[in-house]
Design a protein around this ligand. Structure first.
Ligand code: 13P
Ligand code: SF4
Length: 386
């Protein structure tokens, strides 16, 4: 048991809610019931998702929503919920909601003692790096990411040897080891801004932007800088094609097509707008298009649709199997059993923190940056594991 878990449980292996006496071990998830009290207390939360979650399913979700929200207060915990969480998680138990940049910023500011990541492992690591004294939990340790697993710290060192003096901008979708070998982090909300800042700061005409080849190519289309990248791909976004966009436009005339910049550059070029998940949500919220397609993970459309009743969503989406590992059941267990603790060795965390802090201390934009669409593809140098 770690020092932080120990402090929260008073050293007991048995999970007891602080302040509820030594015998009040919490019920297993299967023992939670849809009582009249649960129904009454969760009714306002159901209003947030009623257009997305059928009424017949709510009695299955509500007991977990009720128990999780109580347990959060008792544990002094917050849930960071990424935009790709399913609506009953995102809208009903998430305290801090948003894209990777928003979650990192808010994690750094929270005063709660426990942070539970409703998202994937690299996000939980980022929270731990920014909040070393807090207990950071991930409900399922298998919630990985194809981008984060595409590259190692050693790969970054080899890239540096091949390109001495060139700054390394690393997408937050990466392990702590990789961040520790980097100069500065970025997210899809600020990738162009950070890349241009790094070039100016290092006095370079080239920048290493890793590990997402497509994000790097999309950055390259927005800046005159030369970009060196890595052959990493998001397994969700790499599957969209320019033919998909053409087919959608033919089948749904007038629909606006919005793409995430992890999509291939020809998909971004063929779309009407591109940006981070926060940028896509904002665009729909501000413009209220009659018909819209979000080329990104499936739950994103559900979460934006829950707040955009005027728009019809066409959903040719792809599921992220890693994000979908997070459920109400394992969020409940994470809070009940204080598991699974995310640990980052302090020497790695200290170096990774420098790269994350550099990103967070850049001037804060008033809105997430967008990627101009319709651009011609630009040549970049792509490296891969030997
Ligand atoms: P953003 O929410 O930062 O746009 O990232 C998308 C993503 O794929 C996270 O894994
Ligand atoms: Fe990784 Fe793509 Fe899943 Fe995001 S959507 S966690 S980038 S695999």
């Amino acid at each position: 048991m770690s020092r932080i878990v120990d402090a929260l449980t008073g050293g007991s292996d048995k999970c007891v809610i602080p302040g509820h006496g030594a015998d009040s071990a919490l019920p297993e998830g299967r023992d939670l019931a849809f009582t009249p009290e649960v129904e009454r207390e969760t009714a306002p939360l159901y209003e947030r998702v009623r257009d997305i979650v059928p009424a017949v399913e709510w009695p299955l979700f509500a007991p977990f929503v009720y128990a999780i929200n109580r347990l959060k207060r008792e544990r002094d915990a917050v849930i960071l919920a990424h935009n790709y969480m399913t609506p009953e998680i995102f809208a009903c138990v998430g305290d801090i909601r948003g894209d990777s940049l928003q979650l990192a910023r808010e994690a750094a500011r929270t005063e709660a003692r426990v942070i539970v990541q409703a998202g994937v492992h690299f996000m939980a690591e980022t929270a731990k790096i920014l909040c070393p004294d807090k207990l950071v939990l991930i409900p399922d340790e298998r919630a990985g990411c194809s981008l984060a697993s595409s590259i190692t710290g050693r790969d970054v060192r080899l890239m540096r040897e091949a390109h001495p003096g060139v700054p390394v901008v690393t997408y937050v979708n990466s392990s702590a080891d990789v961040k520790a070998e980097s100069d500065v982090c970025c997210t899809s909300s600020n990738a162009v801004q950070v890349t241009e800042w790094a070039a100016a700061e290092w006095g370079a005409d080239r920048v290493i932007v890793i590990p997402d080849e497509y994000l790097a190519r999309n950055v390259a289309a927005q800046t005159p800088l030369r970009i060196i990248t890595w052959r990493g791909r998001c397994e969700v976004h790499e599957r969209f094609t320019a033919d998909d966009v053409a087919g959608l436009r033919q089948a749904y005339p007038g629909a606006v097509v919005l793409a995430h910049p992890e999509c291939p550059p020809e998909v971004v070029a063929a779309s009407d707008y591109a940006g981070s998940t926060a940028a896509l949500a904002r665009w729909v919220g501000e413009r209220a298009p009659a018909r819209v397609v979000l080329l990104t993970e499936c739950s994103m459309s559900d979460n934006v649709a829950a707040e955009s009743p005027a728009s019809q969503f066409i959903r040719p989406c792809n599921l992220c199997p890693h994000m979908k590992r997070i459920t109400l059941e394992n969020l409940y267990d994470a809070l009940r059993l204080l598991r699974h603790e995310v640990v980052v060795p302090e020497d790695v965390a200290a170096r990774a923190r420098v790269a994350i802090d550099r990103m967070l201390s850049l001037p804060r934009a008033t809105r997430p940056a967008d990627f101009a669409t319709g651009r011609d593809p630009v040549d970049v140098t792509v490296m891969s594991a030997a």
